[in-house]
Design a protein around this ligand. Structure first.
Ligand SMILES: *Cc1c(COP(=O)(O)O)cnc(C)c1O
Length: 446
């Protein structure tokens, strides 16, 4: 990889954990910060680089979360930090809708170049993943003149009103926040580990969803089908081979806009620029955010020029969308990913994960499934030997890892999935050490 680090890449915990400074900050937080925003870990960050986060008490923990798949190039990438500083010194904001700037245009050109398909493409930028999803739906509705939107079981598309409606899981995302948007239809996903008929092919799973769409909505009423090529919050679910290509093909036949929500899986995370590349699909629109800008808030949609241009001038935008500092960070992040071939790095991480965890799976009875792609990999935990989800043991394993100074996150509709999203710049040694801690935690809980 040829990556150098500013902070020593070494895990260590000094005494009490969380330490006294984190405990003090937690007390201030309790008084000042709304309860609705929760944190996975009780330590407060002082510094972060590569695969290490240093807290305010000097503890160094291994990061297998990347701030939820964001800091793929590291949380203080030298090149990205320099690009941010240089842009901030010139201008932090003008609003692209008032006085435009080159970086925005350059980033749109770059996304058209690296996203799947050779057709004419255009892009537009926003701030959050949810906003990108909202805008993909806006475009699809104008372009088709239709209203219905299809999302899938286990989907996660955000927390704004429309995207809450698209998200599958009620608690904690939707509970009490209604009324939600109308004209959203939910279809059965391809979830190989949890299929009633374990031999169902991807194509058959797609036909199951297509039949439901035909019967419940009608293909000619659907504006958009939105799907994560690898589901994120829903449990790192990789659909069976053939599922996505058949859905995309049917969408094309019906004049439906096929939207791939690549907010989590995109930007080398899954082992290619986009998970769609691996799944062999060319979506009409792709949503991007998270890993795109080295930690700066930026999102966007890139897709067929004819679709995006169906919206009237002034119909899309936002005060901060495509902020120049965030755009500079994105351009540098993409350059860095190219220069260091971080897509290959993600595939190396995948291989190391599977080698280790498949072996563990053969030795313990609580690992139901080991899955994922690139540096977006997961373990689904079940009651010994069966398929019944075990959220309790999942929580316990995650807590044990955190206590040892390894940050891991959980996810899944049933709360029984441990997901790993290491920064792509993490070194092999640190990664192996984190896997070791995870393995011990799993063995200690069976
Ligand atoms: C995180 C996520 C979103 C929402 O992004 P925010 O920036 O949190 O609004 C949407 N879709 C997917 C697939 C995500 O993982």
């Amino acid at each position: 990889m040829g990556i150098t680090y500013r902070i020593e890449q070494k895990r260590h915990i000094n005494g009490a954990f969380p330490g006294p400074k984190s405990v003090e900050l937690a007390a201030r937080r309790t008084n000042a910060v709304a309860l609705g925003v929760a944190s996975a870990m009780p330590v407060y960050v002082a510094d972060a680089d590569g695969g290490i986060i240093v807290d305010v008490d000097g503890n160094a923990i291994i990061d297998l979360g990347s701030g939820i798949a964001v800091t793929s190039v590291g949380a203080s990438n030298e090149k990205v930090a320099a690009a941010v500083a240089a842009q901030a010194a010139r201008f932090t904001h003008t609003c692209f809708m008032v006085t435009p700037y080159e970086g925005y245009v350059e980033l749109a050109e770059k996304l058209a170049e690296i996203s799947p398909g050779t057709h004419a493409k255009k892009a537009v930028f926003f701030n959050s993943g949810s906003e990108a999803v909202e805008n993909a739906i806006k475009v699809a509705r104008v372009a088709t003149g239709r209203t219905a939107v299809v999302a899938f079981d286990h989907a996660y598309h955000g927390r704004t009103n429309l995207t809450m409606g698209l998200t599958a899981k009620a608690a904690p995302y939707k509970r009490g926040f209604g009324p939600l948007a109308s004209e959203i239809y939910r279809m059965p996903m391809s979830y190989p580990f949890r299929e009633e008929n374990p031999n169902i092919s991807g194509k058959e799973a797609a036909e199951r969803a297509i039949l439901a769409m035909e019967k419940q909505i009608g293909g000619d009423q659907i504006a958009a089908i939105i799907i994560e090529p690898i589901q994120g919050e829903g449990g790192f679910i990789v659909p069976a081979e053939g599922f996505l290509p058949r859905l995309a093909e049917w969408a094309r036949e019906q004049g439906i806009v096929f939207v791939a929500d690549e907010v989590q899986a995109g930007f080398c995370r899954a082992g290619a620029w986009f998970a769609s590349d691996i799944e062999g699909i060319v979506p009409d629109i792709i949503t991007v955010a998270k890993g795109i800008a080295g930690g700066m808030p930026l999102s966007g949609i890139v897709g067929r020029a004819d679709l995006l241009d169906s919206v009237h001038p002034g119909g899309l935008g936002g005060t901060y969308g495509g902020n120049p500092v965030a755009v500079a960070a994105a351009l540098e992040t993409i350059r860095y990913m190219e220069e260091h071939d971080l897509a290959s790095r993600a595939r190396e991480i995948e291989e190391q994960f599977f080698t280790r965890m498949r072996k563990l799976q053969s030795e313990v009875s609580v690992i139901g499934d080991v899955r994922g792609r690139g540096a977006m990999v997961a373990i689904e935990l079940v009651k010994a030997g069966g398929t019944e989800p075990d959220a309790e043991i999942t929580k316990k394993i995650a807590a044990d890892c955190l206590a040892e100074g390894v940050l891991i996150l959980t996810c899944g509709t049933y709360g029984n999935v441990i997901r790993l999203l290491p920064p792509l710049v993490i070194g092999d040694e640190l990664l192996a050490e984190a896997f070791e801690v995870l393995e011990k935690a799993i063995r200690a809980n069976v």
